[in-house]
Design a protein around this ligand. Structure first.
Ligand code: KIV
Ligand code: ZN
Length: 405
């Protein structure tokens, strides 16, 4: 594909594609903004450029590159990412004031396709912080979204803590933002409070009841405080959202954000239930997961869905035997689909004879049944004492087979 064709395809994908009924779900990655806000996850300028490049390459539709007013460093990173991006829309975050929005525009305007994302906390708890009445906040939203739209054709607006905002007020401010020119309305579950049924209902109700809702894309932005971010995001799509905000490895404040790899693979694997598509090249998932873990310093837990070390590893004898006969017995995805070389069958105390024989074969060692029996007994003895048995251990067992008889 030539660059022009790629750009055209990306523009097409970005069109608020028949909004609530199209089957394309726009992937909005906020690893470099909400992800980087995790205490201790700060990345250097060069690391941010690297991650942005990988996100762009893997087909992320929108990269939220940072919060330009937050620091000179953030401003420089967003500007540079905007200049370099080949396909993705580059977005910056701004609070609901003109200074933030102007600074954001100064950074993102270099992008081929810039977006301004402005937000304000609309729940009673958040309205109390700037001490604004409902009417005063409504005016602020009108003024700031109008200002952003005068600068940029692509404006996203978020009512922070939407899931704890009174329904009437939420519907009112969403309508104001749409009338002021917002093109995407993002509904954040800022504190991971919602549940799947509610997440779907909220989006459905907004789309059905707010005048003008069919003119914009609805987006979902979930946090994982109760471990429901992925489920809530997918439920929101079932309710009509067509943009999911997420991060690589679920990086994000507190318990993190929706994990990109989880929502993307869920839609790919369960297309029968969730018939939506994304533009993500899933074979790039493993590499970017490792890079984000390395640059953020946040290691991925071993049993993390999709990208954890154990997500495609099987130790028990029954599972290993099944996997050696037919990989579908214990795997619902192919490791190659996320860019892994293959399944791993680590040898440990739960492993059986079939896995030991397969490992010996992989090491180029042919043994007869009696020799296998002998090595297996000594392998079990060793595995009882060691968490994992490595190739060198197996070679040593083979080497000493028959000794002591
Ligand atoms: O969680 C949240 O509410 C946010 C907003 C700024 C969108 O990150
Ligand atoms: Zn957030």
């Amino acid at each position: 594909m030539t660059q022009t064709e790629k750009n055209r395809a990306a523009d097409e994908a970005q069109k608020p594609a028949s909004r609530t009924t199209g089957d394309k779900v726009v992937i909005f990655d906020t690893t470099l903004r909400d992800g980087e806000q995790s205490p201790g996850a700060t990345m250097t300028h060069a690391e941010k450029l690297e991650i942005a490049g990988l996100l762009d390459e893997m087909g992320v539709d929108i990269i939220e590159a940072g919060f330009p007013i937050a620091s000179e460093g953030d401003f420089a990173a967003v500007s540079e990412i905007a200049r370099r991006a080949e396909n993705a829309v580059i977005c910056g975050l701004a609070r609901a004031n003109l200074r933030d929005i102007d600074r954001c525009w100064e950074a993102v305007k270099h992008a081929r396709r810039p977006r301004i994302h402005t937000f304000i906390g609309t729940s009673p708890l958040h309205r109390a912080i700037p001490n604004l009445t409902q009417d005063e906040m409504a005016e602020r939203i009108d003024e700031t979204v109008t200002h952003a739209r005068n600068l940029c054709d692509d404006v996203q607006w978020s009512p922070m803590d939407a899931t704890r905002t009174e329904w009437d007020y939420l519907a009112r401010v969403v309508e104001i933002a749409i009338n002021a020119g917002a093109t995407t309305i993002n509904i954040p579950d800022t504190v991971g409070y919602t549940a799947p049924v509610e997440s779907a209902d909220l989006i459905r109700r907004l789309i059905n009841e707010v005048p003008g809702a069919d003119e914009v894309v609805f987006s979902t932005h979930c946090h994982n405080d109760l471990g429901m971010a992925t489920a809530n995001s997918l439920a929101a799509v079932a309710g009509g959202a067509r943009q999911i905000e997420c991060t690589i490895n679920g990086l994000g404040e507190r318990a993190g954000n929706t994990a990109l790899e989880e929502v993307v693979m869920a839609m790919k694997v369960r297309g029968d239930l969730m018939p939506w598509t994304t533009g993500i090249d899933t074979t790039k998932i493993m590499n970017i997961s490792r890079r984000v873990a390395a640059v953020s310093g946040f290691a991925v837990q071993f049993n993390k869905a999709i990208v954890g070390k154990n997500a495609f590893a099987h130790e028990s004898g029954i599972h290993q035997d099944g996997m050696l006969k037919n990989a579908e017995t214990f795997e619902i995805m192919r490791p190659e689909d996320i860019g892994l070389a293959g399944t791993s069958l680590p040898l440990g105390k739960h492993s059986g004879r079939a896995a030991l024989r397969a490992k010996l074969k992989e090491l180029g060692i042919e043994v007869g049944d009696n020799q296998l029996k002998d090595i297996f007994v000594r392998f079990k003895d060793l595995a009882d004492r060691k968490k994992e048995v490595y190739d060198d251990d197996i070679l040593a067992l083979v080497h000493t087979a028959g000794e002591g008889e």
